[in-house]
Design a protein around this ligand. Structure first.
Ligand code: HEM
Length: 509
């Protein structure tokens, strides 16, 4: 073969390609360098803990070491810049005045930190923005009205009792600690399936029977899995990863299932038939409410919107509830004197607990304080984040430029010794009327605040009260000294390897 032919025919394009790639690489490097310089300049006024030149502060974020964050909060009482690599930094805040300023704005949710796998699952209220978010928020709000919630109490109690029957059977045959997290997970899913679309899946007894239940459980595990790897933050890379592939398969199952339920319900409503047992039900479910919103708002609320909202409601609702109830049980197990005081209060209101109603929940003042104190000590959503659309100036005059990602650390705020006396101590009386009156409006934010606060907070409080009341009437809880829970913090703060508790059946239960 003629060497000079090869040289001219192939070497030149290769050479050009090489030069092109090199130029591209240099350009990218220059961009990153400038990005770093800009961040260094913008964040210079704010002191920060020592940082590794490459990993930044990622180490303590990655290890879910919440205690490490406590140390930082103690040293830097308002905020600190948190580097997550040489070229990216978030601004962590945990001061009530800073939080108030931050939450009064309408910045977009951070794409980097809080994406709920949008392309696979569709967009629900949690990840919508702008006018569409506003419209959905208005349409969905009636679904959380107390007249609707009132009707859920009985069906919640039924699901809790199913779980307690299981616990009783286990306790009669074993006296070792029980892993309660998975039981609570199924119970929370059972409740939300009934409240969302009146589905009796029997999932607490047979969790592998229903395809939707199976998919929802697995999806919960993937959706809330660590997002530390820079690679999986990219939607395209995630899509082609094994986890991403599985995620899409499961999303398909959910969509097909909800689509069928929605279409069936619509047919029934159209035909004026109540074959779906609506007349047997004592309550409207969430789907009834969404569909009536859709009927009134025609094209602006499509079937896909209904489907996305239903799936998001299920996924967010059951994962947050499972973690919250688990932490509540854990806190009461660690604090037997408060557990006993709650039990006495509940006995006084419910007697043997054979029935429970909305008005009784309102009487549980000490139990409510324990729930609030648990949310303070272990906030289920430990942080929320936004990308600044315009510069932000805090009340003390410090400011941040547009484009910066700000993270409100709810954990940091709730553990801030400048805000809370003895922040590590479980003290429900912090939430007595007298003590709450003196507090800063933004010192306590388990459900966030402002226009994008949690739409499900009343639902959550009702479910927690029903569950804790029935559990404490029947069981005494003590922690397992050998397996204390550790944190897994991926959107929802949950116990990493489950939650083991010693359950003791109470004599007159
Ligand atoms: C059990 C404890 C719960 C906690 C601690 C909690 C906490 C939060 C927080 C902090 C936010 C703000 C997120 C942000 O701004 O990025 C939020 C939003 C939201 N939560 Fe909850 N949540 C809980 C339960 C629920 C339940 C049971 C549901 C539904 C059934 C729900 C549905 C939502 C929705 C749809 C949003 C988005 C609201 C919007 O952007 O307009 N949450 N939640």
């Amino acid at each position: 073969m003629d060497a000079s032919w090869l040289e001219t025919r192939w070497a030149r394009p290769l050479y050009l390609a090489f030069v092109f790639c090199l130029a591209l690489g240099l350009l990218q490097a220059a961009k990153l360098y400038l990005q770093r310089q800009r961040l260094l300049r913008d964040l210079r006024p704010f002191p920060a803990p020592p940082t590794h030149w490459f990993h930044g502060h990622q180490k303590f974020l990655r290890d879910d070491k919440m205690e490490k964050l406590d140390e930082v909060v103690e040293k830097y009482p308002r905020a600190f810049p948190c580097w997550i690599g040489p070229f990216q930094a978030f601004f962590y805040i945990y001061d009530p005045d800073y939080a108030k300023t931050f939450l009064s704005r309408t910045d977009l949710k951070s794409q980097y930190l809080c994406k709920f796998r949008i392309p696979c699952l569709g967009k629900g209220l949690v990840n919508l923005e702008g006018p569409k978010w506003f419209q959905h928020r208005q349409l969905l709000t009636p679904g959380f009205h107390f007249n609707t919630l009132k009707t859920y109490v009985e069906l919640m109690a039924h699901s809790v009792n199913t779980m307690l029957d299981k616990w009783e059977k286990i306790c009669r045959t074993q006296d070792t600690p029980v892993e309660v997290y998975e039981h609570i997970n199924l119970m929370a899913l059972d409740i939300i399936m009934k409240c969302a679309f009146n589905q009796e899946t029997n999932c607490q007894i047979n969790s592998t029977h229903d395809p939707y239940v199976k998919a929802m459980l697995e999806l919960g595990r993937i959706a809330f899995y660590p997002l530390h790897s820079l690679l999986v933050h990219n939607d395209i890379i995630f899509k082609f990863s094994p986890k991403g592939h599985r995620f899409q398969e499961l999303s398909q199952v959910l969509h097909q299932y909800t689509e069928k339920i929605i279409q069936d319900r619509k047919k029934c409503l159209k035909a004026g038939m109540r074959q779906d047992n609506t007349q047997k039900r004592t309550c409207q479910d969430f789907l009834d409410i969404i569909l009536s919103a859709q009927a009134e708002n025609g094209d602006s609320f499509s079937d896909t919107d209904v489907q996305s909202e239903m799936n998001m409601f299920m996924l967010v609702g059951h994962n947050t509830m499972t973690a919250s109830l688990s932490w509540l049980l854990y806190c009461l197990a660690l604090n037997p004197e408060h557990q006993e005081r709650c039990r006495e209060e509940i006995r006084g209101i419910l007697g043997d607990g054979s029935s429970i109603n909305w008005d009784q929940l309102g009487e549980m003042s000490y139990t409510t304080m324990c729930i609030k104190e648990t949310f303070r000590l272990i906030p289920t959503i430990s942080s929320i984040s936004r990308e600044l659309s315009k510069p932000l100036t805090f009340p003390d005059g410090c400011s941040l430029p547009a484009g910066m990602t700000v993270v409100l650390s709810i954990w940091g705020l709730h553990h801030n010794p400048a805000v809370w006396k003895n922040p590590k101590v479980f003290d429900p009386l912090r939430f007595s009327q007298e003590n709450s009156d003196q507090r800063h409006s933004h010192a306590y934010l388990p459900f966030s605040a402002g226009p994008r606060n949690c739409i499900g907070q009343q639902f959550a409080m009702v479910e927690l009260k029903v569950a804790i009341a029935l559990i404490l009437l029947h069981f005494k809880l003590t922690p397992d000294p050998i397996r204390p829970p550790t944190f897994s913090n991926h959107i929802v703060l949950k116990p990493k390897d489950g939650l083991y508790l010693q359950l003791k059946i109470l004599p007159d239960s």
